[in-house]
Design a protein around this ligand. Structure first.
Ligand SMILES: Cc1cc2nc3c(=O)[nH]c(=O)nc-3n(C[C@H](O)[C@H](O)[C@H](O)COP(=O)(O)OP(=O)(O)OC[C@H]3O[C@@H](n4cnc5c(N)ncnc54)[C@H](O)[C@@H]3O)c2cc1C
Length: 349
């Protein structure tokens, strides 16, 4: 089949990999100037800003059973994707940590109780003593309550996005940059800048433009801010979430002792620079869990919008000649492989 994909973010790249791997002729259209990273391409794609946590259990705090099951399926699929793009080391599944300070024990116990009630047997948080925590992650000092979520992990987002693009190219995908899509409907894409568009016809189109899919979908952007730190003295091999009554803060490793600290969650489509309040709250919370972060260097800060639908749940809508996937919200890296699998199976049916 001749297939068009509107949007070369996370979903678009995964779809391109899968569909070209099955022998389809695939063309991808994106408004960005080039394949990335975000700083040079001017893309507004959320995928570049994400921390890349793969947290089916911890996300039960906000998600429902569908998010949990899709998340587990994606965790099973990620190693095969990493292999297919020639980067087997790009995803990590050594578990993740939930930690809390003694003063926040009430909030932490409530959250862990919720996760225990919602997660299936075999995926329950495992309580850790302070000594067990120290043995796992030597740089964590301060939190006296800790749980390990053994099935969780993270993916290196930038390396993965680059490798998905490169592998797509090797499989014959045609990437069209600086090519905004105004409309995606059954077998049709309207591409180009407003006032100078052309209609292109395909056997099937996929609309995965994230926040850019308006007005065809009622998607909104939810602002999130992150910090990239370099801390050569810090040892942290697993994502760590600090439970706190006011904000949820996580620290996620990246290669070469870089760490992402995130993330605010603000109901606003403001893409401006990170705020002083978020800087103070997120970084002081991170420092309270890993004191050695005091000497970290702040390499980069970034804000972006998570694409969310009114119910904050993912949408996979398959009609004649057109498939739409959107609303991946705060769990896009967690959900995308499973949703892409379903969408590709739906195309063949
Ligand atoms: C701060 C932050 C932290 C996050 N952390 C995590 C995390 O730890 N774990 C996790 O699972 N998820 C996380 N996410 C969520 C995740 O990044 C998103 O859910 C995911 O990127 C959504 O993927 P997508 O392909 O739908 O959209 P995007 O990745 O946003 O891609 C959309 C693409 O469409 C293109 N586009 C837009 N409009 C048009 C147009 N008109 N024409 C053509 N192309 C267009 C854009 O340029 C972009 O390339 C985080 C998000 C943020 C902002």
């Amino acid at each position: 089949m001749r297939i068009a994909i509107a949007g070369a973010g996370l979903l678009g790249r995964l779809l391109a990999l899968e569909l070209s791997g099955k022998g389809h002729q695939v063309e991808v259209f994106d408004a960005a100037r080039d394949a990335g990273p975000r700083e040079t391409s001017g893309t507004e794609g959320a995928a570049w800003t994400a921390a890349g946590m793969l947290s089916p259990v911890a996300e039960l705090d906000r998600g429902n059973d569908d998010v949990f099951r899709l998340g587990l399926r994606s965790c099973a699929l990620w190693p095969g994707i990493a292999q297919a793009i020639g980067m087997p080391g790009v995803c990590h599944f050594d578990g993740s940590l939930l930690v809390a300070h003694r003063a926040d024990a009430g909030a932490a116990q409530r959250l862990v109780g919720l996760l225990q009630a919602k997660a299936d047997a075999g995926y329950q948080p495992e309580a850790l003593s302070v000594d067990a925590l120290a043995a796992l992650e030597g740089s964590v000092h301060g939190p006296s309550l800790a749980w390990l979520l053994p099935c969780e992990g993270y993916v290196e987002v930038h390396n993965t996005l680059h490798a998905l693009h490169a592998q797509g190219e090797r499989q014959g995908v045609r990437w069209h940059w600086d090519c905004p899509v105004q409309r995606a409907d059954g077998g049709v894409l309207e591409v180009g800048r407003a006032g100078e568009t052309e209609v292109r016809r395909f056997d099937h189109v996929f609309d995965v433009r994230g926040v850019g899919a308006r007005p065809q979908l009622p998607v909104r952007g939810v602002r999130g801010e992150i910090f990239l730190l370099h801390a050569p003295d810090v040892d942290l091999s697993r994502p760590l979430r600090l439970m706190h009554p006011r904000h949820s803060v996580y620290i996620v490793p990246r290669p070469d002792r870089y760490f992402v600290v995130g993330a605010s969650e603000i109901e606003s489509e403001d893409r401006s620079s990170v705020s002083l309040r978020s800087t103070l709250e997120l970084l002081s919370a991170a420092h309270s869990a890993i004191p050695a972060l005091a000497e970290a260097r702040v390499i980069h800060t970034e804000s972006n919008l998570r694409p969310a639908l009114p119910d904050n749940l993912p949408l996979l809508e398959q009609g004649a000649g057109c498939t739409r996937i959107n609303g991946l919200y705060r769990h896009g890296w967690l959900l995308a492989p499973a949703l892409v699998e379903q969408a590709v199976q739906g195309l063949a049916a």
